[in-house]
Design a protein around this ligand. Structure first.
Ligand code: HEM
Length: 527
């Protein structure tokens, strides 16, 4: 009996062991392998700091500056990932990764991210800079490049010359005293663009317009939770909407009257002539009105006139693009160029000697002089390398893609850190040092070709359409400031004491305005 019970117990244990083994072979092990397989197949996002549930890395919001992101790139590499609420942010900080984004997969990466504020202030992306890549953007860009920024539009180039002359005149009357060069060059570029856009330089109008632009700029950068977690959009919605509506109403009030005035002149058939019958320069509003219609239209046509019709909202939005794209960028480049030279007296001496040799001290700089002003060009390139006026290029993916093997989801916000790329230690020797002579060497990257180590104007489809005009204004302004004056820092300040901090916004200008004391240098009065 005892034996029978023991035998029974043994067979039960054996049965249980068999059942356990069957479970293991047929369920647990296959499940384990399935798990491993799915893990290996799961798309691998680029590395990055671990985030919190729902908010992701939103606590790191203050690090989303060109310097903060460059620091994170040292830890996580040339492409890394952050999650801000529901939004994937992909940060590109290496030249090879930038090449993949801007060249290899450029169509996928050519959209622009737009916040609630940006969409509202650009009349639902009726402009070029914030329009997504597609037919509308393509025809709009063609129009802007051919009609607004081209070298053929001599009026814009003339306004650069005239306004540089006015600036030199102001400095001439202030020689021997400390001049706020920063303020001066900011008003120079505002005058250039304002005149190129509206054909006038009225100071009252400009003051009002600058205030409107400043409010736009603040709203573009304002934090709004709806941009990251849409269902929390009710927080602060009312006050933001009031500010947005007020800002756009001021712009409407300001530009509508200018547009109406231009339309009236066009109807009266006096376009191109002043009231007294003389020639009137055509401005950007005139150029855009040639495409005006009550309803917007865009077609595939090769012929520009059939390709696109613009409403007043389109015209207003494009004018804002030009104002934002062309003022702070050029002004901050001129101010940084002068500051770097003030801190590097040997380079300053070399450039001034070159100007004296090529131009002489008894005439103004001509456009044809620039090809011989080699060292000046090196100094400007070195400035743009260390201080790219737009330090972060903002793109968005139209569909999912990959960068260096990592998965990039559709609708990711892609930040190309041009500031970090210009200081990449694998691409540049002694990257933090201002050394213009590096550009004298053969094979050093330039921003005009397909080099991804140096991206002050971006590269590919969304690169800067105003580059030629911007460079012309930069070269003209710096060349005249250095040809016509010698410069000293105020109050006996030594070059090494000049502060070089920047601030982060749409552009990265100097944190402290550059102040310097000019002395006359020309041999005869030209101004
Ligand atoms: C030193 C001067 C300038 C610099 C460094 C500069 C730089 C840039 C950069 C980096 C971009 C973005 C590229 C990208 O997202 O990949 C850009 C775009 C743009 N820039 Fe400039 N820019 C300058 C002058 C100008 C001027 C003078 C204008 C117009 C008068 C202008 C109009 C624009 C516009 C409209 C865009 C948007 C293009 C698009 O989205 O298709 N820029 N610029």
């Amino acid at each position: 009996m005892k034996e029978m019970i023991m035998q029974n117990n043994m067979s039960t244990t054996l049965l249980e062991a068999l059942q356990a083994m069957t479970m293991l072979f047929f369920f647990v092990i296959p499940l384990f392998f399935l798990f491993l397989l799915s893990k290996s197949r799961r798309k691998r996002l680029p590395p990055g700091p671990t985030g919190w549930p729902l908010i992701g890395n939103m606590m790191m919001m203050d690090q989303l500056t060109h310097r903060g992101l460059a620091k994170l790139a040292q830890k996580y590499g040339g492409v890394f990932h952050l999650k801000m609420g529901y939004v994937h942010k992909i940060v590109v900080s290496g030249p090879d990764e930038a090449r993949q984004v801007l060249q290899e997969h450029d169509i996928i990466f050519s959209n622009r991210p737009a916040t609630v504020a940006i969409s509202y202030l650009t009349y639902d992306r009726a402009d070029m800079a914030f329009a997504d890549y597609g037919l509308f953007w393509r025809q709009m860009r063609k129009l802007c490049v051919m009609k607004l920024f081209s070298r053929k539009r001599a009026e814009s180039w003339d306004s650069v010359r005239d306004e540089v002359d006015s600036m030199v005149r102001i400095v001439t009357t202030n020689t021997g005293t400390a001049v706020n060069l920063g303020e001066l060059v900011f008003s120079l570029t505002r005058n250039i663009i304002y005149r190129a856009a509206f054909g006038t330089c009225s100071e009252d109008g400009q003051d009002e317009f600058i205030k409107i632009m400043q409010e736009f700029s603040k709203l573009f950068g304002a934090f709004n939770i709806a941009d990251f977690i849409p269902w929390l959009g009710w927080i602060g919605k009312q006050s933001l909407n009031i500010r947005l509506a007020k800002a756009r109403a001021s712009l409407d009030g300001f530009i509508d009257s200018i547009i109406d005035d231009h339309i009236m002149r066009k109807k009266a058939n006096v376009n191109g002539r002043t009231d007294d019958g003389g020639d009137r320069e055509t401005d950007m509003v005139d150029e855009l009105l040639a495409f005006y219609s009550e309803e917007a239209k865009v077609t595939e046509s090769e012929d520009l006139q059939n390709a696109i019709r613009l409403t007043k909202d389109n015209i207003k939005a494009i004018i804002m693009d030009v104002m934002f794209g062309g003022t702070e960028t050029v002004a901050s480049a001129i101010e940084w160029a002068m500051a770097e030279l003030m801190r590097s007296p040997d380079d300053l001496k070399k450039v001034q000697q070159e100007l004296a040799n090529v131009v002489g001290l008894n005439r103004k700089v001509e456009e044809s002089d620039f090809e011989k002003l080699t060292y000046l060009k090196c100094c400007l390139k070195e400035t743009l390398r260390l201080h790219p006026p737009i330090p972060l290029l903002l793109h968005e993916t139209a569909e999912e893609s990959t960068v260096t093997g990592y998965h990039i989801p559709a609708k990711s916000h892609v930040i190309i850190n041009s500031f970090a790329i210009g200081r990449d230690k694998n691409s540049w020797e002694d990257p933090e040092t201002y050394k213009p002579s590096r550009f004298l060497k053969e094979g050093v990257p330039d921003f005009k070709g397909g080099n991804f180590e140096f991206l002050p104007f971006g590269s590919g489809r969304r690169s800067c359409p105003g580059m030629q005009l911007g460079l012309y204004a930069l070269e003209m302004a710096v060349a005249h400031l250095l040809l016509c004056f010698t410069w000293e820092l105020p109050d006996g300040m030594k070059p090494s004491e000049l502060k070089m901090d920047d601030i982060f916004g749409l552009t990265a200008p100097r944190a402290n305005r550059l102040v310097a004391v000019p002395s006359p240098r020309l041999l005869c009065p030209l101004y």
